[in-house]
Design a protein around this ligand. Structure first.
Ligand code: SF4
Length: 280
C-alpha cells in the first residue's frame, strides 16, 4: 500500500495544538509527506511514536509536487489510487452504495452528506450535478470505500467514548468537534439550526429532549446525531453538544478517521454560517 499524508495524520495525536507551527495535525502530516517538514517538529510524540512515524515517512515513495497550499486537495490526490483493486460489485451492498457500469467503466454511486456522487475505480469523484466534491469529501469517500464495511446498522446511538479502544482519542474528538460547536454556537441556537439544515440534517427534535437534535447521513452507513443544549446564563448552565453515532460505526470507518470526520462536520457547520475555524 502506498503510504500517504492520511496515514501519517492517523498516527499523530490529532489535537491540533499548533505547537509544530502548522495550523492542524492534518496540514502538518501533508507537509511531512511533501518533505516540507520533519516529523520531529510534532512535540507531542513519544520516542516510540517518533520511531514508528519515521519508518512510515521513509516508505513514502511518490511525492506529489503541488504547492501544498491546500492540504486536503494534496491528500485527496495521494489516496485516490487506493480503491483501484476493490471489487465494486461485491462491495456496493455492504457500503450502502449502488454499483454502476457504463462503457466498460465501473462506479460506486453513494451519498455524502446531502449530495450524491459517482466514484470511479481510479478514485475520481463527480457529483450528480456534474460538480466535483470538496477535497475533504473526496478523502472520506475513498476512506469509506477502502474500509469495505459490511452489515446493517443497529439503530442504537452511542457516544464516541462508548466505542472500544477510543480512550486515547476521546479528548481530540471532544476538542475538535463538540467543543468547536460549543465555542461557536453557544447562545446561537437558531444559527446552528440553520447550519444543520444547510448541511442536509434532518430535524429529530420530536425524538430527543435536547434544545436541538439533527440527524446527518454523513455516509450511507455512517449516520451522526447532533444534540445541542444551549447555554442558560441566568442559571449559569453552559452550552453542551453531543455527537452520537450508530453502535456499528467501527464496521465502516477506523477510529482516527472517525475523529477527523466529526472534526470536519463541525467545521462545515461553522462555515455554513460564515464562521471560519482556525484550522485548515
Ligand atoms: S502535529 Fe503535533 S504539534 Fe502539530 S498540531 Fe498536531 S499534535 Fe500539535
Amino acid at each position: 500500500m502506498v503510504v500517504t499524508a492520511v496515514d501519517i495524520y492517523k498516527k499523530l495525536p490529532q489535537t491540533n495544538c499548533g505547537r509544530c507551527g502548522s495550523p492542524s495535525c492534518f496540514v502538518f502530516a501533508t507537509r511531512v509527506a511533501l518533505r516540507q517538514e520533519v516529523i520531529e517538529k510534532c512535540v507531542s510524540l513519544s520516542g516510540d511514536e517518533l520511531k514508528e512515524l519515521n519508518a512510515l515517512v521513509s516508505e513514502i515513495k511518490t511525492l506529489t509536487t503541488g504547492t501544498g497550499s491546500n492540504a486536503y486537495a494534496q491528500a485527496a490526490e495521494e489516496i485516490k489510487n487506493r480503491i483501484k483493486d476493490i471489487d465494486f460489485k461485491e462491495s456496493a451492498n455492504g457500503l450502502g452504495a449502488e454499483h454502476l457500469k457504463e462503457d466498460d467503466k465501473e462506479y460506486l454511486h453513494l451519498a455524502f452528506l446531502n449530495h450524491n456522487y459517482r466514484v470511479s475505480k481510479t478514485g475520481d469523484v463527480v457529483g450528480d450535478d456534474g460538480k466535483p466534491p470538496s477535497a475533504w469529501a473526496r478523502i472520506f469517500l475513498i476512506i469509506y470505500i477502502n474500509a469495505g464495511g459490511k452489515g446493517s446498522l443497529k439503530n442504537e446511538w452511542i457516544s464516541f467514548g462508548d466505542l472500544p479502544n477510543t480512550f486515547a482519542k476521546q479528548k481530540s474528538f471532544k476538542d475538535n468537534s463538540e467543543n468547536v460547536l460549543i465555542k461557536n454556537f453557544a447562545g446561537k441556537k437558531e444559527e446552528l439550526r440553520e447550519a444543520c439544515s444547510l448541511l442536509g440534517g434532518a430535524d429529530a427534535a420530536t425524538e430527543f429532549k435536547s434544545d436541538l437534535a439533527y440527524k446527518f447521513s454523513v455516509l450511507p452507513k455512517i449516520p451522526f446525531l447532533l444534540l445541542f443544549w444551549d447555554e442558560n446564563k441566568e442559571e449559569e448552565f453552559p452550552a453542551r453538544v453531543k455527537i452520537l453515532m450508530d453502535k456499528t460505526v467501527l464496521n465502516f470507518i477506523d477510529i482516527e478517521s472517525l475523529v477527523f470526520l466529526a472534526e470536519r462536520l463541525a467545521k462545515e457547520l461553522c462555515e455554513a454560517k460564515g464562521i471560519m475555524v482556525n484550522t485548515v
